[in-house]
Design a protein around this ligand. Sequence first.
Ligand code: ADE
Ligand code: ZN
Length: 340
Amino acid sequence: MSDFARRIPKAELHVHIEGTLEPELMFELAQRNGLTLPYLSAQAAREAHTFQNLQAFLDLYYAGCSVLRTEGDFFELTRAYLARAAGQGVRHAEVFFDPQTHTVRGVPMEAVVHGIQRALQEGEARFGISSRLILCFLRHLPEQAADQTLDQALALGNAITAVGLDSSEAGNPPSRFQRVFERAADAGLLAVAHAGEEGPPEYIWEALDLLHARRIDHGVRCARDERLMERLADEQVPLTICPLSNVKLRVFASLEQHNLRWLLERGLLVTVNSDDPAYFGGYVADNFEAVEEALGLDQDQVVTLAKNSFLASFLTPDEKARQLQEVDRFNAQASSKTTS
Ligand code: ADE
Ligand code: ZN
């Protein structure tokens, strides 16, 4: 198979930076910070990556986060992600982070944000990857905790472009966070939200109508609600779909049964992303290749997915136009090679 899907220029819009923590770096940081992990080796940690559902994954993910203590740790984590992303055709990354899982352990918000931000700036100079930072509120915690987190983040100036909502979805509807999202909007921040990963279509309606989310993270359960499908297609609301994640967390029984191709052919603005690549067995280009093969996508559909990733981003119209030209140029070059 060609490496067309691997190399095509793309944006990554759904990646949790803490979910890029590979077991080797986890061990290195644990040792440096004087912590012991419940695994004997990086290989053993990797073998523990089988999950019955979202909550089983989150339990392991938050335990893994506990090795991140200093600004330098967040810098190294983000730098390692960008080096990998550069090899996967990523030209732009909108990166989630979960500050609450660090601040409850006494890590200052500044250490988290400055460490990530410094690596993102270096990544732009070194790899030409532009970026945005998205602060996610943990939905299993009360709205009051999200309020405090927003205040801490706003005190750091304009490091953050948007707020998001993640963690345990079932029983934690977006409506519980309406007020803090209103405050974020008043402060000039955009909004996204995880909805319809394990939760019902109603949570996607709430994310749109109450949180004013510009994109829906996952959103695959929209398929159960025809009226919602029509709205998402009419308004071209982007879905940031994470195929390998959905199979690992048993949202779909197999990649062959994933509804991504069907949603794309119904005219929804679908994008492909990695979610927590260190846990789910693949970065963004690995996700592109996996769905291309399992769902039999043709070259035009791969190009559409790459273009959608830029269209759905928070880049300016000029930056989007420039990136879309790059996709066209790449496609034209690849086509001329196959016909010559
Ligand atoms: N946090 C990290 N990954 C997540 C996911 N897939 N869903 C919800 N919260 C998350
Ligand atoms: Zn996610």
